[in-house]
Design a protein around this ligand. Structure first.
Ligand SMILES: [Cu+2]
Length: 294
């Protein structure tokens, strides 16, 4: 974490630093994208979209929320002091004030318009996919995620694997409770990754969320949703299913390990051998699933 002491890391403050100390030596050298005890604000982002979300939340929404809350609090206090029974024994019979009514309609509309402009710009950036360097197909199952790496132009990839939560009863000391998995998804740093997200054809709707990447997309049976990210820093980034999807909804975390291009290539070769015999291809709604349903 030493290298990341600037910017995002600083915001986490001392509490985060002590939390890092508890994770263990191996994790200290890199960014760790997850929540920390007593953390304020969002999980620090490592993609342009995540930075934009940070900006939208911290610079646009929070000041507006704060000013409105203080204004309403001030009005309440003023009303309680100025118009209580003792201070104002004879109440006014006023019921309408055209100027005031126009103001309290127009001002909120203007505030919403001010919020809508950066909000729609952000949505556009999320939904318009740039050309991808790597494509990963993510499939929500009951209750774990599968990652498929289709063969790329160079012939690498062409495998799929399941990513299951670790046994919580026998959790190694350097692993995180409810977050770490047996097989992490690996992607290269500073490369555009296209995610194609779906759910098992005979399954339920999940939601694939990795906050550090600014990624949130529903995983729907029979439907292929797309999103993207380009991670700026190597590290381990955690996410969780964010749709109440069933009994083990809380036990299907997401782990992305962002590594250098060379390490990614090494991993691709290793993973292609390791997962060669995997017998659970990504399923889509079709004849096969119709048979299963009967
Ligand atoms: Cu789920």
């Amino acid at each position: 974490m030493k290298q990341g002491k600037t910017g995002a890391a600083c915001r986490k403050g001392l509490l985060a630093a002590s939390a890092f100390a508890m994770i263990g030596g191996s994790a200290l050298a890199q960014e760790v994208g997850r929540g920390f005890p007593n953390q304020m604000g969002l999980i620090p982002g490592v993609t342009s979209i995540a930075h934009e979300i940070d900006f939208f939340h911290n610079v646009i929404l929070l000041p507006i929320i704060t000013v409105i809350s203080l204004f309403v609090l001030g009005l309440l206090v003023y009303t309680m002091v100025r118009f209580n029974e003792k201070a104002n024994p004879v109440p006014s019979k006023t019921t309408h004030h055209t100027g005031l009514e126009v103001a309290w309609t127009v001002i909120p509309v203007m505030i919403l318009v001010v919020m809508a402009i950066p909000s729609f710009r952000l949505l556009t950036h999320q939904l318009v996919l740039p050309d991808a360097d790597v494509t990963v197909k993510v499939s929500g199952k009951q209750w774990y995620w599968s990652y498929a790496y289709p063969k790329d132009n160079a012939g690498a990839g062409g495998f799929e694997f399941d990513s299951n939560i670790l046994d919580q009863a026998a959790l190694p000391a350097d692993k995180l409770r409810l977050l770490d998995v047996d097989n992490e998804a690996v992607v290269p740093v500073n490369k555009t990754v296209r995610l194609q997200v779906t759910a098992d054809a005979v399954g339920v709707i999940h939601s694939f969320v990795v906050q550090s990447f600014g990624v949130r997309v529903d995983a729907v049976p029979g439907r292929l949703n797309e999103t993207w990210f380009k991670a700026e820093k190597e590290g381990i980034y955690y996410g969780q299913c964010s749709k109440i999807c069933g009994k083990d909804h809380a036990y299907m975390p997401i782990v992305f390990r962002v590594v250098s291009e060379e390490k990614y290539k090494e991993w691709l070769e290793k993973a292609a051998k390791e997962f060669a015999s995997h017998e659970s291809p990504v399923k889509f709604a079709g004849a096969e699933s119709a048979t299963v349903r009967q």
